[in-house]
Design a protein around this ligand. Structure first.
Ligand SMILES: Cc1cc2nc3c(=O)[nH]c(=O)nc-3n(C[C@H](O)[C@H](O)[C@H](O)COP(=O)(O)OP(=O)(O)OC[C@H]3O[C@@H](n4cnc5c(N)ncnc54)[C@H](O)[C@@H]3O)c2cc1C
Length: 419
């Protein structure tokens, strides 16, 4: 079976790998000259299985209004709202209640926990080196309200078999001694010991080489223009380098998936939620994070790679705007200066921005579309690195007809049912 995978971000690459391992003849197409040059390039590096949660949660609408007036707020909205954003935000608001939150988080945890198993097997077999660590995520709370809000997650963590520990302030400092500067300023923390960290770009470069050696064909510098259909089938992909035929087609274009599918009458509810990252070299081991710290106040993640840290956050609803304005980067600078003022070298700061492919319910869209041989593996939002391997294995099972995953829950069907 010939499968054409559109996109070579972490989701397209892992899809290609698991499809190839399942016996498919795979071709990957991407407009960039290397894999993972867009949103998978400099994300926060959290492989946070236990932290997998939808942004659409009870209380978010009122918090969002408050954030609009704060200097270092995690959410920013461009004053001119587009119809596309209004439609997406409307669907997201419908998910901001406890019942929907539970369903969505349970789905995300299911994909994330599958990813944990897949990545463990990959690492066992191939000893990948992506500056990974297995020391967990520490979510830090600066006030009692944040601490009590986490209670809604505890039952779901237990139901999904995800290990966790609630820590008091002194235990937080024992877990992450570099946080000594925060003594007296923390209310507590949630520690997720099975979470991991790693540089997504390094992982992708290695997986791309492994996939190539396993026979996957990569067509880089190739801009996808449209899908060519006949009846209820896709017969080819039209690109600026010619057409590519196949038996099955997988759309893994991240935030750009919507644009390719809309002309076919398929509306995937994905909005490009812009985020920023900052990479800094470590200059003092004792005053730097040792794994991932998630600062709940600013929704900023700080992750340790070998001799660097990656700091990322901010959700900006502004369409595809690649600019790096100082006032947005200020939040990341503020959090690092607050938590680890002496651990890193600010003179070597590298800033980056990317577009999270966000669905209104936080869960990716994996599976068949209304067209017979067209599939999606997209919409991984804030946690595409975390959920990539599991999503890809699930997709490969759906395409090859093996496996037991409840695919309707993850596919576009869940949105078509509501339309
Ligand atoms: C600031 C920030 C921090 C994040 N932190 C984390 C984290 O800590 N942990 C985590 O799990 N996730 C994190 N994420 C989310 C994660 O990075 C994304 O979910 C993931 O990278 C999405 O991967 P993807 O393969 O779907 O999309 P992409 O990586 O964007 O890949 C899509 C590919 O499609 C190609 N493409 C698009 N259009 C075309 C076209 N017309 N023709 C040809 N090629 C095309 C692009 O070149 C690109 O290579 C973060 C994201 C951001 C922005």
């Amino acid at each position: 079976m010939k499968v054409v995978v559109l996109g070579s971000g972490v989701v397209g690459l892992t899809s290609a790998w698991y499809l190839s391992q399942a016996g498919c003849e795979v071709t990957v197409v991407d407009r960039q000259s290397r894999a993972a040059e867009e949103t998978s390039f400099a994300n926060a590096g959290q492989i946070s299985y236990g932290y997998s949660s939808p942004w659409a949660a009870p209380g978010i609408p009122s918090k969002a209004v408050k954030w609009l007036f704060e200097q270092y707020a995690p959410l920013k909205i461009k004053p001119s709202l587009s119809p596309e954003l209004i439609q997406w935000a409307g669907k997201m608001l419908l998910n901001c209640n406890l019942d929907k939150y539970r369903i969505n988080k349970a789905r995300m945890l299911m994909v994330a926990n599958r990813s944990r198993e897949c990545l463990a097997k990959l690492n066992q077999q191939y000893q990948l080196d992506y500056q990974g660590r297995s020391q967990g995520t520490l979510q830090i709370f600066r006030n009692a309200a944040q601490l009590s809000a986490v209670e809604k997650d505890i039952q779901l963590l237990e139901e999904s078999g995800t290990r966790y520990q609630l820590l008091d302030p002194s235990q937080c400092l024992e877990q992450e001694p570099g946080l000594a500067n925060m003594q007296g300023q923390l209310a507590g923390g949630l520690y997720l010991p099975d979470d991991q960290t790693g540089d997504c770009y390094l992982f992708c470069q290695q997986l791309q080489k492994m996939a190539q050696q396993a026979g996957v064909k990569f067509l880089f510098d190739t801009h996808i223009k449209q899908l060519v259909t006949q009846g209820n089938q896709v017969i080819a992909v039209d690109t600026d380098q010619g057409t590519i035929e196949g038996d099955r087609f997988v759309v893994a274009l991240g935030s750009y998936s919507k644009q390719l599918l809309l002309p076919l009458g398929i509306d995937v509810p994905i909005y490009p939620v812009k985020g920023y990252s900052l990479t800094l070299p470590v200059i003092d081991e004792q005053q730097a994070p040792s794994s991932t710290i998630m600062d709940e106040t600013y929704k900023v993640a700080l992750t340790r790679f070998a001799q660097r840290i990656r700091v990322a956050g901010t959700a900006e609803l502004a369409g595809f705007d690649p600019s790096l304005p100082d006032k947005r980067l200020a939040t990341l600078n503020h959090v690092v200066s607050n938590l680890f003022p002496n651990g890193v070298d600010f003179s070597q700061a590298e800033y980056w921005t990317g577009f999270r492919p966000m669905t209104p319910d936080g869960t990716p869209i994996i599976g068949q579309t209304p067209l017979n041989n067209l599939y999606t593996n997209t919409g991984h939002g804030t946690l595409g690195w975390t959920m990539a391997c599991g999503s890809a294995e699930i997709l490969a099972e759906i395409i090859t007809g093996s496996g037991q995953t409840a695919s309707e829950e993850l596919s576009l069907t869940r949105y078509l049912r509501c339309a």
